[in-house]
Write a protein that binds this ligand. Structure first.
Ligand code: ZN
Length: 210
């Protein structure tokens, strides 16, 4: 488990050694130890952000407007993203579908002063390993998005979700982007869908202290 603290923001990221967080019993046991109320959305690669009160389903982000209440997302190669002004926070599960669908922008726009936000990018498929095919590149182009996020290497073409998200935060004038810079595909500590962990997930939890 990794535990990061930035001011009153706490982020916990589970590793393989903590168990499969997609398994309800394993997850419940783990969450009990935190002692926090937690909301995890019913994820389905959407661009929907819910609140614990609304409980929209499916949703791939949760907006938490209280302190000492955690939001969580389950991932394996997709990107966990935390957006906060240190009073409220959003936790997002961003695969390429959600990211291209605008879920990061929606998360940012829940706050009045985007330029003052801190954005955290968790362990996810990196440009070192995130191979994509021509149909993906074509879809990207059809949406009018630039080619600069694609890299040609010996294995084919890879995509940088990290740079894609960084450009979104740049457009809002966000200076505080923290990228943990851990690729789930080549770092053995994390589950990776692309490496065969189809039903395993890591959990990213974030909450604000008083
Ligand atoms: Zn990698």
């Amino acid at each position: 488990m990794r535990h990061l603290k930035i001011k009153n923001l706490n982020i916990i990221i589970t590793e393989k050694s903590d168990g499969n967080m997609k398994d309800p019993d394993t997850r419940e046991d783990f969450l009990k130890k935190t002692g926090l109320p937690v909301y995890i959305p019913h994820q389905k690669h959407t661009a929907v952000i819910t609140t614990p009160e609304e409980n929209l389903s499916p949703a791939d982000g949760v907006f938490i407007e209280r302190k000492v209440f955690a939001g969580g997302v389950l991932t394996a190669d997709c990107m966990p993203v935390v957006i906060t002004d240190f009073n409220k926070l959003v936790v997002i599960h961003a695969g390429w579908r959600g990211a291209v669908g605008g879920i990061i922008q929606r998360g940012i726009e829940l706050f009045e002063k985007p330029e003052e936000l801190t954005v955290f990018i968790g362990p996810s498929a990196g440009k070192c390993c995130y191979q994509v095919q021509n149909d993906f590149i074509e879809m990207f182009r059809e949406k009018g998005l630039p080619d600069k996020y694609f890299y040609r290497n010996s294995g084919g073409i890879t995509f940088s979700m990290q740079e894609f998200v960084k450009d979104i935060t740049d457009r809002y004038g966000i200076k505080n982007l923290i990228d943990i810079s851990l690729c789930t595909i080549c770092e053995d500590d994390f589950y990776s869908y692309r490496k065969g962990d189809f039903s395993e997930r890591i959990l990213t939890l974030a909450w604000l202290e008083e």
